[in-house]
Design a protein around this ligand. Structure first.
Ligand SMILES: [Zn+2]
Length: 64
């Protein structure tokens, strides 16, 4: 076979920017394009969990 291995690439789950994987040291945010996108996506998950939790507490208050 000729040439190098194809670089691993993906699209940022947050902003859909194509991201090429360069290695675990350089691309610590992969498959996200940046730290910001990774944090935003993580924040969205945490926010959803928080909402579910508060709704659960609300339900308890309504029952009592
Ligand atoms: Zn992004």
């Amino acid at each position: 076979m000729q040439g190098k291995e194809k670089p691993i690439s993906a699209r940022c789950p947050n902003c859909n920017t194509p991201v090429a994987y360069k290695g675990p040291d350089k691309d610590v945010f992969f498959p996200f394009c940046s730290k910001r996108c990774k944090l935003l996506d993580l924040g969205r998950w945490l926010d959803e969990e928080y909402k579910i939790e508060s709704e659960g507490k609300k339900m308890w208050i309504d029952v009592n």
